[in-house]
Design a protein around this ligand. Structure first.
Ligand code: SF4
Length: 253
């Protein structure tokens, strides 16, 4: 067979606690991804533009990214270390989409370049695909980016995050701007990071405010072994419990 003895194999993993593959071919091995290193790069020009072999994964949606990089430096996040602080265009839709109904995007912070975001939304809208976004940045929602987002079919809720005080004003303003563009608040989900550098009052303030604005909060515990964080996530993220027990202090885990 042609590929009995490869010259080079690539291995990657996202988490450092994931065990390595038990079998690797007997050849040169290049390991990468955040599970191995935050700085090692694939030594292939334009590798983002290589069409994935979707048959390998039994994956019904297309997966890829238009951009890499994020101008922010959130202290809990590895993106700036891995992908840098400058948002740069790395691929177009046709590089990673081969006709699937749904496209899952992995961009770090695509709205940080509004012109790029608007262009990418045009490609997605023209293709008629349903999109699953990585969390978008509510601080960067303007009338223009909101209109572009509204022109794209959404596969599920559109995700944003409210992790720190730097987003306090942006959340109500962003929800209002999106509503003006035709995206109703109930279609939005906000990740709420808890247990990193916030106190319990502020955790609940964010959850209740998002709910009162008609959107959906989703708690992201920084430490999943911490009892308070675990209970808060169980209460908030289970929609049946969250609706029937409106106050966290009434929740009995
Ligand atoms: S905005 Fe998002 S991608 Fe950028 S540094 Fe913060 S958490 Fe990471």
């Amino acid at each position: 067979m042609l590929f009995d003895h490869p010259d080079l194999a690539y291995a990657s993993k996202v988490f450092d606690f994931t065990p390595d593959l038990a079998y690797v071919p007997d050849c040169e091995l290049m390991k990468g991804g955040s599970g191995y290193s935050l700085t090692r790069k694939v030594e292939l020009p334009d590798y983002e533009r290589i069409m994935p072999d979707y048959s390998l994964y039994g994956c019904e949606y297309a997966i890829g990214r238009f951009t890499r990089g994020c101008p922010n430096r959130c202290p809990w996040c590895i993106v700036p270390k891995m992908d840098g602080n400058e948002v740069r265009h790395v691929a177009d839709l046709n590089d990673f989409w081969s006709g699937q109904k749904v496209v899952r995007l992995l961009d770090d912070n695509i709205m940080a370049d509004p012109d790029e975001f608007i262009r990418d939304c045009e490609q997605l809208s023209k293709a008629g695909v349903h999109v699953i976004w990585e969390a978008l940045d509510i601080r960067l929602v303007t009338d223009n980016t909101a209109r572009a987002l509204a022109s794209v079919k959404q596969d599920k809720c559109i995700h944003f995050a409210w992790d720190s005080h730097s987003q306090d004003d942006a959340v109500p303003r962003g929800i209002e701007t999106l509503a003006r563009a035709g995206i109703k608040p109930y279609r939005l989900m906000f990740y709420v990071l808890v247990g990193f550098n916030t106190d319990r009052d502020y955790d609940l303030y964010r959850i209740y405010t998002i709910r009162d604005l008609g959107a959906n909060p989703f708690v992201m515990p920084f430490d999943k072994t911490d009892r308070y964080q675990k209970n808060l996530a169980r209460w908030c993220n289970n929609k049946i419990i969250f609706k029937s027990t409106s106050d966290f202090k009434d929740y009995r885990p």
